[in-house]
Design a protein around this ligand. Structure first.
Ligand code: FAD
Length: 472
């Protein structure tokens, strides 16, 4: 009989266990992708990621067609659509890869399918390891990263990736597909995504290219370089991982060869990949991670919300160059360097005293790699409300962070070009520059570039005061 292969966040043919099992079942395979209604556990699809999804689905459809298969697109409740397709095609089993952010949703779908006489077979592949396999001695989820990483190292290596299939058996005809263009995933007017394709190639081939680049560069200087936003030392695989165009196990095994020459860099890189697993481990433990503080002490925190401050933050007009460069990088490229994500998030939460959830929402909408586990866990990490979090009272100073991690100001000069002629000494604090220095650089504070929207020292005191109130 036919098998339905349900694609979700695994938009790839490589290392796709569900696809292989569906083929091995011996009958024709019917690949489908379902646009489902929004659910509180997964939250809305962000606008930037919708752009990526469009291109990724278009690419996957082409790949499948080149193997004489196809991709059927449908909109609606997954259980209803799967049952309908099963009836139309005679399929008795749905093959799927687990998506750990939707464990509860999938449980309900499995029950509905079972009631309709359809089996569902779920496989692992979204993470390095299934979250259930990395547990404390007493069988609980780890709440702190380092012991999680130590436990992961004691496990066997991530599974050996499976190569993509050479052929996929097809039915005489595939179920009717909706048109991808009709889904309106791409922005129209204004086309704010027009810069994205200069930086990114969505799809499995693009992911493989990034991986090859990473290996060609030997992960050289990753450990040190990954903290400097002006250097491209990181893999930039995150948007591909977010939609499953590449599996983390494939990345892990493909980098094995670097262990001899660049051991430190490789271990550090793998530790970052393991952070992604750790974030999912937290999400599985606490599915409300996006909406609720992990540490409920923070429920009493008195957030502020100034709409003008929030708007200045989103637009990169706070008057703090490193913050503004990061927010503009995000808007222009759909990505932001990790170090700068921490700085901009800290600024929103601690300097502006705005609830971390507003930041999470903005990042979710604008990041191409928006991920239900990594985004939420990292926002809570910065806020201090997370499981293994940076303490609230550790407040990033945007000037010192800029001077340390963008010492020549190259990153700022690139994304905040109105400051590009400022000397190094003032690039992270134009407000301290003497008038003649500003004039020579063509900077008119308050006109060509904003004055700081808050005084960092005072804002810091205010944040610490608010935190004290929380404890008392
Ligand atoms: P590399 O340095 O090459 O790392 C390799 C991979 O490891 C990444 O692709 C990513 O999958 C994983 N990784 C690295 N750092 C982290 C981390 N801190 N947490 C979890 N996984 C990590 N990452 C997302 O993928 N999606 C998000 O929505 C997201 N939101 C974030 C929000 C905030 C406030 C912060 C501070 C971090 C966030 N991150 C998020 C984590 C991190 O910034 C990105 O994963 C990283 O910048 C991606 O770039 P890269 O692929 O070049 O990373």
């Amino acid at each position: 009989t036919a098998a339905i292969l349900w694609f979700r966040k695994d938009l790839r043919l490589d290392d796709n266990a569900a696809l292989h099992a569906a083929i091995d079942a011996g009958g024709p395979v019917i690949p489908v992708y379902i646009r489902e209604p929004e659910h509180p556990d997964t939250g809305p699809l962000g606008s930037a990621q919708a752009w990526w999804l469009h291109h990724s689905l278009a690419g996957l459809k082409e790949q499948l067609k080149s193997l004489s298969s196809d991709l059927t697109l449908a909109t609606g409740k997954a259980d209803e659509i799967l049952i309908d397709f099963a009836r139309k095609t005679g399929a008795e089993t749905v093959y799927v890869n687990r998506a750990y952010e939707r464990t509860a949703i999938d449980r309900d779908i499995a029950i509905a399918l079972k009631d309709a006489g359809i089996a569902i077979r779920a496989f692992h592949g979204q993470l390095l390891h299934d979250p259930k396999t990395i547990r404390t001695g007493s069988g609980n989820a780890f709440k702190v990263y380092t012991p999680f990483w130590n436990a992961m190292q004691k496990l066997h290596e991530p599974h050996e990736p499976i190569d993509p299939p050479k052929t996929i058996p097809s039915p005489a005809s595939h179920p009717r597909s909706e048109a991808l263009d009709g889904w309106n995933l791409l922005p129209t007017r204004p086309n704010w995504a027009k810069g994205f394709s200069e930086h990114w190639t969505p799809g499995e081939a693009g992911a493989q290219e990034r991986l090859e680049d990473l290996i060609d560069a030997d992960l050289h200087d990753y450990k040190r370089g990954r903290d400097f936003p002006a250097i491209e030392a990181t893999s930039r695989l995150s948007p591909h991982l977010a939609l499953g165009e590449i599996s983390p196990a494939r990345i892990w095994h493909a980098t094995n060869g670097l262990a001899q020459k660049h051991r430190d860099d490789l271990v550090h890189y793998r530790k970052e990949l393991a952070w992604r697993d750790f974030c999912y481990n937290l999400l599985v433990e606490f599915p409300e991670l996006r909406t609720k503080n992990w540490d409920d002490k923070f429920d009493a925190f008195e957030w502020d919300f100034d709409a003008a401050d929030f708007s200045a933050w989103t637009k990169g007009l706070t008057g703090y160059p490193i913050v503004d460069a990061g927010m503009r990088e995000l808007w222009q490229t759909g990505y932001m360097h990790n170090r700068v994500r921490m700085i901009t998030a800290s600024f929103l939460i601690k300097d502006l005293l705005i609830n971390w959830r507003r930041g999470e929402e903005w990042f979710r909408d604008t990041l191409l790699d928006a991920d239900p586990a990594s985004n939420t866990a990292n926002w809570q990490w910065v806020a201090g409300s997370g499981a293994d979090a940076s303490p609230f009272f550790r407040i990033f100073n945007p000037i010192l962070q800029g001077e340390k991690f963008d010492p020549d100001g190259d990153y700022v000069r690139h994304f905040v070009p109105e400051l590009k002629d400022l000397p190094k000494k003032y690039i992270h604090k134009p407000f301290d520059a003497p008038d003649h220095v500003l004039a020579d650089a063509g900077v008119d504070l308050g006109k060509t570039y904003p004055k700081p929207i808050v005084n960092h020292g005072l804002a810091r005191d205010r944040a610490l005061e608010a935190y004290k109130g929380l404890k008392g």
